[in-house]
Design a protein around this ligand. Structure first.
Ligand SMILES: O=C(O)c1cccc(C(=O)CC[C@H]2O[C@@H](n3cnc4c(=O)[nH]cnc43)[C@H](O)[C@@H]2O)c1
Length: 219
């Protein structure tokens, strides 16, 4: 699926991300770029509200995110194969139990693979540093080596983390719509160091991603 059979809804958490995506897309009227708010609950509710208000053929969660070291460096772009609710579950003395293990559904929503493939190819052709893998949705931004290690040992292809993707994807799934998540990397996932965040690079990469997205989807 490259060209969807209808309009495309892109959800970003905050206005700065929304503006970066809009700059990249330019004046196409195929896309609506709306605000999801911070975290998966706001994102699910606001995506559902948008899907109730208008008809869409594809939903995309886009924004900046943390990159797992060795998988996605600062300034690069990550396109999801899988969108994972990484900290939704239960702690036990023997470790973490996911939603799946608890029997309450699934913590994994697959991204649209043909669009992910086409977008990756187009970004590589444009010289963009892009990686594929799982994008984790967390309700608390990871801020320690221990938590990072716990995530990567449970999810071996963890490539980036953000805080909205699984909420956006849950609403898309409810409407039976294909979904994609992309994150441009502002910081490394690991011990919290806010001074090392590179927002300018991440927003520039998000604008570039918006531009490629428009080209791939309009083809
Ligand atoms: O100051 C902090 O320690 C901090 C920790 C997590 C997130 C923030 C934000 O301001 C996040 C805003 C927005 O960006 C996404 N994001 C960016 N980097 C990360 C990350 O390393 N882990 C999780 N989310 C991240 C996220 O989707 C937020 O909506 C500040």
């Amino acid at each position: 699926m490259n060209r969807p059979s209808g309009r495309v809804l892109i959800m970003t958490a905050v206005e700065a991300e929304q503006q970066a995506v809009l700059r990249g897309i330019g004046d196409s009227d195929l896309f609506d770029v709306k605000l999801a708010g911070f975290g998966p609950a706001a994102a699910a509710a606001r995506t559902a509200a948008e899907l109730s208000a208008a008809s869409y053929a594809l939903v995309i969660s886009a924004g900046i995110g943390g990159g797992f070291v060795g998988k996605a460096e600062v300034g690069s772009t990550v396109i999801a194969d899988r969108i994972i609710a990484a900290d939704l579950g239960a702690e036990t003395p023997d470790g973490f139990l996911s939603v799946d293990e608890l029997g309450f559904g699934s913590s994994v929503i697959p991204a649209d693979s043909s669009l992910a493939e086409a977008l990756t190819d187009a970004m590589l052709s444009a010289g963009i540093n892009v990686n594929r893998g799982s994008i984790l949705t967390v309700t608390t931004g990871t801020g320690s080596a221990e938590k990072t290690e716990a995530l990567t040992s449970r999810i071996s292809d963890a490539t980036a983390e953000g805080m909205e993707g699984f909420g956006v994807a849950t609403a898309a799934k409810l409407w039976n719509l294909p979904v994609l998540e992309l994150r441009t990397i502002s910081n490394a996932v690991g011990p919290r160091d806010r001074s090392a965040w590179r927002m300018k690079e991440a927003f520039a990469a998000l604008e570039a991603a918006g531009n490629i997205l428009r080209r791939v989807i309009s083809e």
